[in-house]
Design a binder for this molecule. Structure first.
Ligand code: ZN
Length: 462
């Protein structure tokens, strides 16, 4: 008896949280894969602490495996601990470094401002972390006729991201179950591409971009260059709402490349500002963890380049400096690229920039990531190009700035990447479960997998 269930990422306010259970009744044991918090459409709709508390039994849960440290995969870990979870938190080595950082931020925003309490929770989380190297089997438990081992493989999504292979055995039946987590696009900057699993009897796959394909890297780089050049000609600011982990670093990497390649008046004088303490912190961690970079990035370092800490890059930390920067840029119209969070404009420092800059047509807003329905980011993207408005902190702001989107800096695999991930498995899985995506994306991905014969395709609902 080996079963899979889902405690989130099918609908509602919670993010990814899947359970793999071995055995049944009093004998059962299980693990959780991720324990996330949803961001976007449902976020503001009654997502109170009681909604977020863990509403399923956890006495039999022996471990939590974390695929990567995005908040929609780890945000409910404090609630899991509060519910009495006592097992280890298994994750990749880079994730073990990043997890306390991201949760510290999440705790401050959504949980408490009490410093002592935050430190206690973080201390607890640190004591539970079990970093496991990529590609190495790790035994979670083996008792009587039940055993479970997990192995993490590179997912190419953000630093430390992994898909999880689980070897489960109950009596005579044994199975390899794979949880994809979020998969990265192949040929993304900085990180090696994910490789298909060597075996997956059952696969749980996330489908954020299940209905879309990305532009390829060269097209995207060219488009980024064109958007930036065009935007900067008239001396405005290019505002990039960016997520702290993943896209910010990919984008800095690409911009450093453009500066290096094209130089000249425009590129040589272009100023890049990262206005987010968290993004700056994760950029530092990315910089420190070069052994996890791909061959291309490692080569640049060997040539003496510094893809994530170049001369034209300024980091803003304090709130006072942030307010000064907003003010200064809104008045001076200096050619500048600002990366500020949050990525979907639902809060964070980007909101102050938007308020100050949306009304001026010399400015540009460049979206590089997924914008969930119901977020200001989605509204700006939808109504901006038609001369519409967006509501920020209960006030309307007319959008005169030009709005652009460059696909692919999304750190998510597109539809054909997901299809390639599945068709690369030597023997097709007998069951695929599609989770974590808009309904359209899930349905589109289902249709796409249906061409692979003999697979039972399930879209679970809670
Ligand atoms: Zn993610």
């Amino acid at each position: 008896m080996i079963s899979i269930s889902h405690h989130g990422a099918t609908s509602g306010v919670t993010g990814s949280c899947h359970e793999l259970t071995l055995g049944q009744g009093a004998q059962k044991s299980g693990i959780l894969i991720d324990c996330g918090l949803f961001q976007g459409q449902d976020e503001g709709r009654g997502a109170s602490a009681s909604d977020l508390s863990i509403d399923f039994p956890i006495e039999h849960i022996r471990a939590l495996v974390v695929t990567h440290v995005h908040i929609d995969h780890v945000g409910r870990i404090p609630y899991l601990l509060a519910a009495g979870f006592e097992g280890p938190i298994i994750c990749s080595e880079p994730s073990a470094i990043m997890l306390p950082e991201i949760l510290e931020d999440a705790l401050k925003i959504g949980f408490t401002r009490n410093r002592q309490l935050i430190e206690r929770v973080l201390g607890l989380i640190r004591s539970r972390l079990v970093p496991v190297p990529y590609g190495k089997w790790h035994s979670v438990f083996a008792e009587g006729d039940c055993s479970l081992s997990v192995r993490l493989q590179r997912a190419g999504h953000i630093l430390g991201s992994a898909y999880v292979e689980c070897d489960a055995r109950v009596g005579d039946s044994e199975e390899r179950i794979v949880f994809s987590g979020d998969l990265g696009a192949p040929h993304a900057p900085l990180l090696p591409s994910p490789k298909s699993p060597e075996r997956a009897d059952r696969l749980v796959i996330e489908s954020t971009y299940g209905d879309k394909d990305h532009e390829d890297r060269e097209t995207r780089r060219y488009r980024l260059k064109a958007v930036l050049e065009h935007a900067l000609e008239d001396g405005g600011t290019v505002l990039v709402p960016a997520f702290s982990i993943g896209r910010t670093q990919e984008l800095l990497y690409e911009i450093e490349g453009l500066i290096h390649e094209f130089g000249g008046e425009l590129w040589g004088n272009l100023e890049i500002i990262v206005d987010s303490p968290l993004a700056a912190e994760f950029t530092r961690i990315y910089r420190d963890l070069k052994p996890y970079w791909d061959a291309e990035a490692t080569d640049l370092v060997r040539q003496g380049r510094h893809p994530l800490s170049f001369e034209q890059l300024t980091v803003i930390n304090s709130h006072e400096d942030h307010l000064n920067a907003v003010d200064y840029l809104a008045r001076s119209h200096r050619p500048c690229v600002v990366l500020a969070g949050s990525g979907m404009c639902a809060g964070g420092r980007v909101v102050n920039y938007l308020k100050a800059m949306l009304g001026d047509k010399r400015n540009d807003v460049l979206f590089v990531g997924y914008q969930a329905a119901g977020t200001p980011g989605r509204d700006i993207l939808t109504y901006g190009p038609r001369g519409g408005w967006v509501e920020l902190d209960d006030e309307r702001y007319d959008i005169r700035a030009r709005i652009h989107q460059v696909g692919g800096y999304s750190a998510h695999a597109g539809q054909s990447d997901l299809a390639a991930f599945v068709s690369g498995i030597p023997v097709s899985p007998r069951e695929i479960r599609i989770v974590h995506g808009d309904q359209d994306a899930k349905q589109a991905l289902k249709r796409c997998f249906q061409s692979l014969a003999g697979i039972d395709i399930i879209i679970p609902s809670e």
